[in-house]
Ligand binder design. Structure first.
Ligand code: PMP
Length: 430
C-alpha cells in the first residue's frame, strides 16, 4: 500500500502533537508502522489519506456497531445540527437517550451523561467512595477504565501496549487506594475481601475484558464479585464502556445475568460522537449533585449532537434479531480465523463474546493479563502489518479487541479470512 500522505501528515503531526496522535495506541508505535490518517469511512470500510480502502475491525474502538455513516444516524445528526450545536442547558434528546439506556439496562435506574468512558469510570468511583464512605477500590490487572489517576494501576489498553507500569504524575498516595488483582481469580478476590472487605468502596471490572485483548469471564467469576461485594457492603461497578450494547442489547450484565450496583457506558451510546454515562441504583445515584453531595459536572455533557447520534443508534439496536445476526457474522469470522491458524500451523488462542473478538499468538489458554502477555508479539506485529497490506484494518496492538459491525457482509468476512490465511502462512514460512 502506498501511504505517502499518511506518512507526511504523521511527520507534521509529530512536531506539534505529542507522538503525533491524540491517543497513544493510534501511533502504531508497538508495531513499528506509521499510523494511517483516515480521510473518510462508509459502512464496513475506511479510506485513508492516500485513498486506500480497508475493511475496518476497529470501528473507532467499538462505537461503530452499525458501521460508518449509517443513514439513520446521519439523518438525525443533520436535523439536530440545523437547530444548534450546544446550549449547556437540558434538551429533550438527553431525556430520550436516558430512557433508552434504562430500558435496555434495567440495573440503571438513573443515569448521568458525561463525555467519555474515562469520565464515566472516574465519576462512578467517586460516587462509590462518597456513598460508602470508604477509600480503597479493587480493579483487575489488564483491565482499563480510562486514565483517571487511581485507575492507571496495572492498566490495559495503551498502558499495556506500551509496557508502561503505571504513569509518572500519579501520586503514590492515590495508588495506595487501588488494589489490582488477577482477572478471573476468584480466590484472590475472596482472600482480599476477607481481610479488607470493610475498607473496600467498590470492585470495578470489565465484565468481559477488552483491553488486554478480549478475555471473557470464567464461569463463577462475576458471580463471586457480586457475592463478595454484597457480603462486605461494597459496590460492584461494571465498566461496560466496551461491552455495553455490544455483547448483548443489555450488555454483559444481561449476557451473564449479574446485576451490578453501578454501570459505566460510553462508545456505542454516542454512536461515534463523544459520550459517556454512568448509572445504577436510584439510592446511590441520588447522591450526585445537585440532588446529593457528590460533585460531578460537565459543560458539554448531554451535548445535543452526541445525544442525537446515540438515540439514532440505540433505536436501530432494538430491532428484533439485530444481535443474533451480528453474532452470526462474528462467529463466521472467528471460525474462519481459527481455521486459518490451524491450516497455517500457527499456535493461537481465540476468544469471543458476542461481536467482540480476540486472537492471541500463544498455545496457552488466555484467562488473564499474564496469559495474554505470553502472546508472541513479533508474530502479532507481522500479522498486523500483513493484514494491513491486504486491506484489513485491525487494532495495532495485541492488547485490544476486534469488533464486527452490522455493516460487515459475509463477503467482507470471507475476504478477511482469506487474507488471514495468506498472512499466517507467510509468517509460518518465514
Ligand atoms: N473503560 C473501558 C472498558 C474502555 O474500554 C475504555 C476505552 N477503551 C475506557 C473506559 C475509557 O474510555 P474513553 O477512552 O472514552 O475515555
Amino acid at each position: 500500500m502506498d501511504i505517502t500522505n499518511s506518512r507526511k501528515l504523521f511527520e507534521e503531526a509529530r512536531e506539534i502533537i505529542p507522538g503525533g496522535v491524540n491517543s497513544p495506541v493510534r501511533a502504531c508505535k508497538s508495531v513499528g508502522s506509521a499510523p494511517l490518517f483516515i480521510d473518510q469511512a462508509q459502512g464496513s470500510r475506511i479510506i485513508d489519506a492516500d485513498g486506500n480502502i480497508y475493511i475496518d475491525y476497529v470501528g473507532s474502538w467499538g462505537p461503530m456497531i452499525l458501521g460508518h455513516r449509517h443513514p439513520e444516524v446521519i439523518k438525525l445528526l443533520e436535523f439536530t445540527l440545523t437547530r444548534g450545536t450546544s446550549y449547556g442547558a437540558p434538551t429533550v434528546m438527553e431525556v430520550r437517550l436516558a430512557e433508552m439506556i434504562i430500558e435496555a439496562v434495567p440495573s440503571m435506574e438513573m443515569v448521568r451523561m458525561v463525555n467519555s468512558g474515562t469520565e464515566a469510570a472516574m465519576s462512578a468511583i467517586r460516587l462509590a467512595r462518597g456513598f460508602t464512605g470508604r477509600d480503597t477500590i479493587i480493579k483487575f490487572d489488564g483491565c482499563y477504565h480510562g486514565h483517571a489517576d487511581s485507575l492507571l494501576v496495572e492498566a490495559g489498553s495503551g498502558v499495556a501496549t506500551l509496557g508502561i507500569p503505571g504513569s509518572p504524575g500519579v501520586p503514590q498516595s492515590f495508588v495506595d487506594h487501588t488494589l489490582s488483582l488477577p482477572y478471573n481469580d476468584i480466590e484472590a478476590v475472596k482472600s482480599v475481601m476477607d481481610k479488607k472487605g470493610d475498607k473496600i468502596a467498590c470492585i470495578i471490572v470489565e465484565p468481559v475484558a477488552g483491553n488486554m485483548g478480549c478475555v471473557p469471564p470464567v464461569p463463577g467469576f462475576l458471580e463471586a464479585l457480586r457475592e463478595q461485594t454484597q457480603k462486605h457492603g461494597s459496590l460492584l461497578i461494571f465498566d461496560e464502556v466496551m461491552t455495553g450494547f455490544r455483547v448483548a442489547h443489555g450488555g454483559a450484565q444481561a449476557l451473564y445475568n449479574i446485576t451490578p450496583d453501578l454501570t459505566c457506558l460510553a462508545k456505542i451510546i454516542g454512536g461515534g460522537l463523544p459520550v459517556g454515562a454512568y448509572g445504577g441504583r436510584r439510592d446511590i445515584m441520588e447522591k450526585i449533585a445537585p440532588q446529593g453531595p457528590v460533585y460531578q459536572a460537565g459543560t458539554l455533557s448531554g451535548n445535543p449532537l452526541a445525544m442525537a447520534a446515540g438515540v439514532a443508534t440505540l433505536k436501530l439496536l432494538k430491532e428484533p434479531g439485530f444481535y443474533e445476526a451480528l453474532e452470526e457474522k462474528a462467529k463466521r469470522l472467528a471460525i474462519g480465523l481459527q481455521g486459518a491458524a490451524v491450516v497455517a500451523g500457527i499456535p493461537a488462542f481465540f476468544t469471543r463474546a458476542g461481536s467482540m473478538l480476540g486472537m492471541f499468538f500463544t498455545d496457552r489458554e488466555v484467562k488473564n493479563f499474564d496469559d495474554a502477555k505470553t502472546s508472541n508479539l513479533e508474530m502479532f506485529t507481522a500479522y498486523y502489518k500483513g493484514m494491513r497490506e491486504k486491506g484489513i484494518y485491525l487494532a495495532p496492538s495485541q492488547f485490544e479487541a476486534g469488533f464486527v459491525s452490522s455493516a460487515h457482509t459475509n463477503e467482507d468476512i470471507d475476504e478477511t479470512v482469506r487474507a488471514a490465511a495468506e498472512v499466517l502462512k507467510c509468517i509460518k514460512d518465514e
